[in-house]
Design a binder for this molecule. Structure first.
Ligand code: HAM
Length: 419
């Protein structure tokens, strides 16, 4: 038997009602805040991710699914959506119609991480990006949107962690202080950190190796080295969050795993998923659009891990299941089966959710199946009922019965079910 690849999985019909509910709640909320949907390809040139996420990140160094296509071009299954949305903004010169663009997209991402609960190699993100707004209010608003989405989904135990990573003006000062600190600790760091130290010292602060975490616990933080503009920006973000009663903690260790960030970064953490505590993450990337050969334009966004979010919402009491059929047609006999087939198609087209059974089994066993499907009504159509021009429509909850004549059964059923 052929099975899925390790770290890849099916989202089965029993779970899709919940996924659709989350996606619908998110897209309705985004649209209220002026976002429009964008759909981007699943595969891009490798260079796009290497240049944006950063050569020295875990994602680019060891997690991407990269391969040459038949002509030898290096392609990568997208590990995230931001780079592609930025590419699209630049490629289609969206800024010329309006520099401000608010875009969201939902879909699968691919990272070759070690699979465990809440961590998959194909996983889904709900991603939102805002281009062209430098004001700190939009940073606060994105965190507010996440907060509101989780509230609408019935979640309360999530916590926003926020930090500021500074900008090109204050970053060199911080990097200098960090490098000095790292040089003293070199003996205690893993090989990866030592290798990355010169290329991108900030990455060492994101290292998961316990001995590095211990060695770096008193490392200098970006917050201690912000320039006055970054201070003011971060201050406004926090003030706006407080005014809107969004709970958050300032977390100076939050450096994120992608290189493109500047100023505000944030993550939403949960205790409900064991080791995989981040349900969403994001931040500002004011230099990225220019770096990818676009106009000088600020950007900020976030991505929610849909698999993780679904796993937390599933733990709540409220269950999401597909709507049961409005009507189950029970045909008894060949003629009835043919009529039943025609009626079931016409009823589905007319908007009545209709199922029918083609197995030719007995009335008793088909009534059992109707019960199992939780059908609202059944239509009993035996050859006898057809000859006598009196089909029986039964309400499964009240047991009330209606005679339906053969003249225009579809219209009669629609009228009764719509009452
Ligand atoms: P990220 O922090 O790498 O950010 O991913 C965002 C979220 O995706 C995580 O918080 C987590 O919930 C989910 N996620 C990541 N990896 C996995 C995995 N292997 N299995 C299941 N869920 C996972 C980004 O991707 C940025 N593009 C976010 C962003 C958008 N920043 C600005 N705009």
């Amino acid at each position: 038997m052929i099975q899925t690849i390790r770290g890849f999985r099916d989202i089965l019909p029993k779970d899709t009602a919940l996924w659709q509910h989350i996606e619908k709640t998110a897209s309705e909320l985004f649209e209220n805040f002026g976002f429009q949907e964008i759909r981007i390809p699943i595969m891009e040139k490798t260079e796009l991710f290497a240049r944006s996420i950063g050569e020295a990140t875990d994602i680019v160094e060891k997690e991407m699914y990269t391969f040459p296509d038949r002509k030898g071009d290096k392609l990568t299954l997208r590990p995230e959506a931001t780079a592609s949305v930025v590419r699209s903004y630049i490629q289609h010169k969206m800024h010329t119609s309006d520099p401000v663009q608010k875009l969201y997209t939902i879909g699968p991402m691919f990272r070759r991480e070690r699979p465990q609960k809440g961590r998959y190699r194909q996983f889904y993100q709900i991603n939102a990006e805002v281009f062209g707004i430098a004001a700190p209010y939009i940073d606060a608003q994105l965190i507010l949107i996440l907060n509101e989405l989780f509230r609408r989904l019935g979640l309360s135990d999530l916590k926003a962690h926020v930090n500021s990573l500074g900008c090109p003006a204050c970053r060199p000062d911080f990097q200098k202080a960090l490098l000095e600190f790292l040089s003293d600790k070199k003996d205690e760091l893993c090989e990866n950190c030592i290798r990355r130290m010169d290329k991108n010292p900030l990455r060492t602060l994101d290292c998961k190796v316990p001995k590095c975490r211990e060695a770096l616990k008193d490392a200098p933080s970006t917050l201690g080295h912000l320039c006055s503009e970054c201070e003011e920006h971060f201050g406004t973000v926090q003030r706006a969050l407080k005014q809107q009663n969004v709970e958050f903690v300032v977390d100076k260790t939050l450096v994120r795993g992608l290189d493109y960030y500047s100023r505000t970064t944030f993550e939403i953490l949960t205790t409900a998923l064991g080791a995989q505590s981040a349900v969403a993450g994001g931040g500002r990337y004011d230099a990225l659009i220019k770096e990818l050969d676009g106009p000088e334009m600020p950007g900020i966004g976030f991505a929610i891990g849909l698999d993780r979010l679904a796993e937390i919402v599933e733990q709540l009491e409220k269950k999401y299941t597909a709507m049961p059929p409005d009507l189950f047609i029970i045909p008894l006999g060949d003629r009835a089966t043919e009529y039943g087939y025609l009626w079931s198609s016409a009823l589905s087209i007319a908007g009545v959710k209709t199922e029918m059974d083609f197995s030719g089994r007995s009335l008793k066993s088909l009534m059992k199946r109707a019960d199992k499907l939780n059908a609202g009504h059944v239509l009993i159509a035996g050859d006898k009922e057809i000859d006598e021009n009196a089909l029986v429509l039964r309400d499964m909850a009240t047991r009330e019965q209606h005679d339906i004549s053969m003249d225009n059964p579809v219209e009669q059923i629609v009228a009764i079910l719509r009452k």
